[in-house]
Write a protein that binds this ligand. Structure first.
Ligand code: ADP
Ligand code: MG
Length: 647
C-alpha cells in the first residue's frame, strides 16, 4: 500500500473538478435543461467555438447559432429525456466565424439544487473525420486503379498470405478474391519454368529475402486453377510502413503469351526475309552454275553411250531441281506468283516415283494408292514435286531401318463434316470438292513437343548438314499459295501421315507431267546469233549448244563489246541472247542502246535471277523474249525459234 492511498480525496473533489473543468482537453458545457441557458463552459469550449465565456453565459445554443442542423439538437434532447444520457453522438457545430466542425459528444443529465442541468463533453474530431474521409477516397482510388489496370496485382502480408487480389489477377489465376484471401501465395499463384517445368521460387520469399524489388525470370508460366497456361512477366516489391518496416509484398504480373507469340512470328518472318535476301543473292550465280552443269550434260548426251544416258539424265534432272529449289525459296519468302497449271496429280506422282525409286534406300517400300478419275487441280508442277520430295525425304529420315511409304490420292469434299487432324495452322477451310494427297510413313513419329514446331522455318531435329528445317515451312508456303490445306497426324512409334487438300478446278488448259517430258524434236535453225554473257563458261556452252542446232554464233563478254559487234555486223546478226546480270554496263542499259541503234533488233533476255517483275518490265520495253537460266536445250531452242519466226 502506498502512502497516497491514505489520503481522503473527497475533501478536495470540488477543487479537483474545477481544475478538470477548466483544463480538460475537450469542450465542456453546463446547460440548464429547462430553457437551454448555458450556465458555464470551459476554456477549451471558448477556444473552439470562438466566443468568450462572457458572451456565452446565459445564452442558448440556439441563440448563439451553434447548430448546423437543428435536428441534432432535437435528437439529443430526446435521448436525454429517454435515457438521461448519451454517448459519442456526432454533431455538427458552427463557430462564431461561421466555420463548421465535427464534434463527438457525450452528455448526462444531472440535478443541482432541484434543477436539471446537462453536462456535455464534446471533442473536435474534424481532423479525424477528414483523415477518415481521405483514407476512404484513397481506398476508393486504389480500388478503381487496381480494377482498371491491365496487370494482375496480388498483395500479401509478411507471411506470404494473400490480402488482396485484383480482377485481372482473379482472371489469370482462376481464383476469386473470397477464396484466395488468407491463402498462402503459392496455393494460388502457381508458377513454373516453361522449359524445365520445375516450380519457380516463391516471389514473396524472394522479395522478403532481398528486401527490395525483384523481377521474375524469363519463361515463367502461370498455371491457373483450370490448368490454362500463360507466359507471364512480373515483378514483386515490398510494402513498407512509415518506419520503412516491411508489412507485406505486392506482386504485379501480366500475360505476355500473345506478345511472345508476336515476337516469335516477327523473328520468323525476319528469318524468312533473310533467307529471301540470301536466295536472291545467290540465285543468279547459282543458276548460272546449274546451267553450265545441265548444259554440258545435255551436250554429252548427244554422243553418250546408252548406258551413260540415265546418269546424264540424272544430272540434268537434279540441276532442274536445284533451280526449282532456289525458285521456291524466293517464291516462299517473297510470295511471288507461282505458275499454276491444271495438272493431274497422279501423273505427277508417277513421275516423282521414278525419282524416289532412285533416291530412297531399298529397305523402304513405296506404295502408290492412286484414285481413278482423280479431279484435276491447279498447281505448279515444280512446286508439287518439291512438296512430294520434301515429304518423302522426311519419311525416309524417319525410317532409318526401313518401312513403308504410302502415297495416296483421293477425291474428297470439304464440308461441315470434314474432320481436320492437326492443321499446320488453324484456319477456316473453304468448302467444296478437293483432291486429297496423303503421304504416310511407318517411321519414328513425333512427340507433342516437336509436333508443335515442325512448320517453323529452321526447326529441325536432324544433325547439321542433314536437315535445314526449311522443308515443311516451304511446303506450308507452297500449299498456302495453292489455296490448299495441310494437316498431319503423328505419334511416337506410330509413324506420320501428312494430308494435303487441293481445291479442285474446272477451267484452264491441262499440262500433264508427261506432256512436259514428251520428246519433241528440237527446233533447229541456220540464223546468226550473238551471245552476250560475262561468264566464259556460259558463252562457250551456249555457243556449242546453238552451233549443234545449226546456228552461227558470235559472242561478247561485255555490254560494250556487244554493241560494238552489233553495230558492225547487224546485217548478219539475226538475234541477240543477252544476259541481264552482267558486271559493267549490264544487260538493261545494253538493251536500251541496242534498241536505240536498231529499233527492230531481236533480243532474248537470259537471266539467272527471276525477278519476274524485272524481266517482264524489260520485255515490255524492248526485248522479244526471255529465257530463265538454267534453261534446257529444248527451252532455249524453242524460245529462239519463237522470236525468229514471229513477224
Ligand atoms: P528437316 O527435314 O530439314 O529437318 P523439315 O521442315 O522438313 O526440316 O522437318 C522438320 C522436322 O520435322 C524434322 O527435323 C523432323 O523432326 C520432323 N519431321 C518431319 N517429317 C517427319 C516425319 N515424316 N516423321 C517424323 N518426323 C518428321
Ligand atoms: Mg525435310
Amino acid at each position: 500500500m502506498t502512502s497516497l492511498d491514505k489520503h481522503d480525496f473527497s475533501l478536495s473533489s470540488e477543487q479537483m473538478y474545477q481544475s478538470v473543468f477548466r483544463l480538460g482537453p475537450s469542450m465542456i458545457s453546463l446547460t440548464r435543461f429547462e430553457d437551454g441557458a448555458i450556465y458555464d463552459v470551459n476554456d477549451m469550449y471558448c477556444r473552439t467555438i470562438g466566443y468568450s465565456r462572457e458572451e456565452i453565459k446565459g445564452r442558448t445554443s440556439l441563440s448563439l447559432n451553434l447548430w448546423v442542423d437543428k435536428d441534432d439538437r432535437e435528437k439529443i434532447k430526446e435521448l436525454l429525456l429517454k435515457d438521461g444520457s448519451y454517448k459519442n453522438i456526432e454533431v455538427l457545430y458552427k463557430r462564431k466565424d461561421g466555420s463548421v466542425f465535427n464534434g463527438l459528444q457525450s452528455a448526462e443529465l444531472i440535478e443541482i439544487n432541484d434543477e436539471h442541468y446537462i453536462i456535455a463533453v464534446t471533442s473536435d474530431i474534424t481532423k479525424r473525420k477528414q483523415a477518415e474521409k481521405d483514407l476512404e477516397t484513397e481506398k476508393e482510388r486504389l480500388a478503381i486503379t487496381l480494377a482498371s489496370i491491365g496487370d494482375g496485382v496480388i498483395t500479401t502480408d509478411v507471411e506470404g498470405k494473400i490480402t488482396l487480389i485484383n480482377q485481372v489477377a482473379e482472371e489469370l489465376t482462376g481464383w476469386k478474391f473470397e477464396d484466395a484471401n488468407g491463402k498462402p501465395l503459392d496455393a494460388v499463384f502457381h508458377i513454373i519454368n516453361e522449359k524445365s517445368r520445375e516450380p519457380c521460387e516463391n516471389p514473396v520469399q524472394k522479395v522478403l529475402d532481398c528486401q527490395g524489388v525483384v523481377g521474375l525470370a524469363n519463361d515463367t508460366v502461370l498455371i491457373s486453377a483450370n490448368g490454362t497456361e500463360r507466359i507471364i512477366a512480373d515483378s514483386g516489391a515490398p510494402i513498407l510502413d512509415s518506419e520503412k518496416k516491411i508489412i507485406g509484398t505486392v506482386l504485379v504480373f501480366r500475360d505476355i503469351t500473345e506478345k511472345i507469340k508476336l515476337e516469335s512470328q516477327l523473328r520468323q518472318s525476319q528469318k524468312m526475309e533473310a533467307v529471301g535476301i540470301l536466295a536472291g543473292g545467290i540465285a543468279h550465280e547459282f543458276n548460272n552454275l546449274l546451267y553450265i552443269i545441265s548444259g554440258n550434260a545435255e551436250l554429252l548426251m548427244d554422243d553418250a553411250r546408252p548406258e551413260d544416258e540415265e546418269n546424264l539424265q540424272g544430272i540434268i534432272k537434279s540441276t532442274q531441281r536445284g533451280a526449282d529449289l532456289v525458285k521456291q525459296l524466293m517464291a516462299f519468302s517473297r510470295k511471288s506468283e507461282s505458275s499454276l497449271y491444271t495438272i493431274h496429280l497422279n501423273a505427277e506422282i508417277r513421275n516423282i516415283k521414278k525419282m524416289l525409286d532412285r533416291v530412297l534406300p531399298r529397305m523402304i517400300d513405296i506404295k502408290l494408292d492412286l484414285a481413278d478419275n482423280l479431279h484435276s487441280i491447279k498447281a505448279d508442277p515444280g512446286q508439287i514435286e518439291q512438296v512430294m520430295m520434301n515429304l518423302c525425304l522426311n519419311a525416309k529420315d524417319a525410317m532409318p531401318d526401313g518401312g513403308l511409304l504410302t502415297i495416296k490420292t483421293a477425291n474428297g469434299v470439304i464440308d461441315k463434316t470434314f474432320v481436320d487432324i492437326h492443321p499446320a495452322k488453324p484456319k477456316k477451310l473453304k468448302e467444296g470438292k478437293c483432291v486429297i494427297l496423303t503421304v504416310s510413313d511407318t517411321g519414328c513419329g513425333m512427340d507433342e513437343k516437336n509436333r508443335e514446331r515442325i512448320f517453323d522455318p529452321f526447326f529441325t531435329t536432324k544433325e547439321i548438314g542433314k536437315g535445314t528445317g526449311l522443308g515443311l515451312s516451304v511446303i506450308y508456303g507452297i500449299i498456302e499459295g495453292h489455296n490448299g490445306h495441310i494437316s498431319y497426324y503423328s505419334d511416337v512409334g506410330l509413324g506420320t501421315t501428312f494430308r494435303i487438300c487441293f481445291p479442285v478446278v474446272k477451267d484452264c488448259q491441262t499440262v500433264s507431267a508427261s506432256d512436259k517430258d514428251s520428246v519433241e524434236p528440237l527446233s533447229k535453225g541456220v540464223e546468226t546469233i550473238l551471245i552476250v554473257d560475262d561468264e566464259e563458261a556460259i558463252t562457250s556452252l551456249t555457243k556449242s549448244m546453238l552451233e549443234r542446232f545449226g546456228y552461227r554464233t558470235f559472242s561478247a563478254d561485255t555490254g560494250e563489246s556487244a554493241i560494238d559487234i552489233y553495230s558492225e555486223k547487224h546485217k548478219e546478226i539475226d538475234l541477240i541472247l543477252l544476259d541481264l546480270g552482267m558486271s559493267g554496263m549490264g544487260g538493261k542499259i545494253c538493251l536500251k542502246k541496242l534498241v536505240e541503234f536498231d529499233p527492230d533488233v531481236k533480243v532474248i533476255i537470259s537471266s539467272g535471277y527471276f525477278e519476274e517483275g524485272l524481266i517482264k518490265e524489260n520485255i515490255n520495253a524492248d526485248a522479244k523474249g526471255y529465257a530463265l537460266k538454267p534453261f534446257t536445250r529444248k527451252e532455249i531452242s524453242k524460245a529462239i525459234r519463237d522470236v525468229l519466226d514471229k513477224d
